[in-house]
Design a protein around this ligand. Structure first.
Ligand code: 13P
Length: 341
């Protein structure tokens, strides 16, 4: 029998204090793409060694509450035979698992995507629970463009997110609900605000319809930013204000925490944005503002590691540093001088 309070406690633990999540759940194609860009071999053993390097970063649990794994990683072991999941649990980090099967072209809607993976999900969740996972992640992708996103795309993705979230809670897992409005276009901050607000309202509508316990979930949204190709970029404070104002319009107070994705921002900028939100609003917000970054925590470490055992210690130091910067940002104590210490 699933205990509702256990789910609520896990959700609270994931965003407690000044910690956040580490997303290390790149699918094999995505992980290979990042390896290929640096000339790192793209095979199972190299991916395993990379994830082992991350999980064994000394002191990672000082700033990381939970780590999101990919299906391949949750089944892998450290070189000495210790399962990666056990290594995380022993380090005081809650293991989570990405359970969607990827965003695919949406029929009848050129340029838009729908995330797949609901069929058979109940059985897959049972297996992940047995392996030690305590939370899960599902990512929906929304693109801003000419006449998109369509209502059809927003509704279909929100519906899938809500059905996934309900299945997670039935299995005793905390759902991380990730509707990502992509930030690589030329849209303005205002367009990003309007689309994100519309998407989040639809997502919470569907979560309500499907009976998802809001206290037992975490929202993983994009920040409100101009697209990377937009000519008018905005100040850190403007991004912080727009993001918090958008969330206040659309996220119920019962949700314990919001853990942002980084979406292609540099590590420094993602930390600065999160910091500004906490400096300016923290004492007035119903939910914790945390992080669930992949690239904004991992990228410098990946570049240093480069697939070589000899670089592990230096790479771990870089990973530890970015995690610590985001911990400082949760407290509203991040500044440029931390980067050089
Ligand atoms: P980024 O922080 O690199 O955007 O990744 C977060 C994530 O988990 C995307 O699903």
């Amino acid at each position: 029998m699933i205990n509702k309070q256990d789910i609520i406690n896990t959700a609270k633990a994931l965003v407690a204090g000044d910690k956040g999540l580490l997303a290390m759940d790149e699918s094999n194609p995505t992980c290979n793409k990042r390896f290929a860009a640096l000339g790192i071999p793209q095979d199972e053993e190299t991916r395993r060694a990379y994830r082992e390097m991350i999980v064994y970063t000394p002191g990672l649990n000082e700033s990381i509450s939970g780590a999101i794994l990919y299906d391949e990683t949750i089944r892998q072991h450290k070189k000495d035979g210790t399962p990666i999941v056990k290594a995380l649990i022993d380090a005081g980090i809650i293991p989570g698992i990405k359970v969607d099967m990827g965003a695919k072209e949406m029929a009848g809607h050129p340029g838009e995507k729908i995330t797949e993976g609901l069929d058979g999900l109940r059985d897959r969740l049972k297996e992940y629970v047995q392996m030690g996972a305590r939370f899960a992640k599902w990512r929906a992708v929304i693109t801003i463009g000419n006449n998109i996103p369509s209502q059809a795309c927003i509704e279909a993705n929100a519906h899938a997110l809500a059905r996934y979230a309900a299945l997670c809670q039935e299995a005793g897992l905390v759902p991380i609900v990730e509707p990502e409005v992509l930030m690589d276009g030329d849209d303005t901050i205002q367009q990003c605000f309007e689309v994100t607000e519309k998407v989040l309202r639809q997502v919470f509508n569907q979560l309500y319809t499907q009976g998802v316990i809001l206290e037992g979930m975490i929202l993983k949204p994009n920040m409100i930013l101009p697209g990377l190709r937009c000519l008018k970029q905005e100040s850190v404070d403007k991004v912080a204000d727009a993001t918090v104002n958008c969330l206040l319009q659309s996220v119920p107070a019962a949700v314990p925490g919001i853990a942002f994705l980084s979406g292609g921002q540099s590590g420094e900028l993602a930390s600065a944005h999160l910091n500004a939100m906490n400096v300016r609003f923290k004492s007035r917000l119903p939910w914790a503002l945390a992080f669930s970054f992949a690239r904004a925590i991992q990228q410098p470490a990946l570049e240093i590691w480069h697939g070589k055992e000899a670089n592990v210690l230096k790479a771990q130091q870089a990973l530890y540093h970015r995690a610590k910067c985001n911990q400082a940002a949760r407290r509203g104590e991040y500044n440029a001088s931390i980067e050089t210490t």
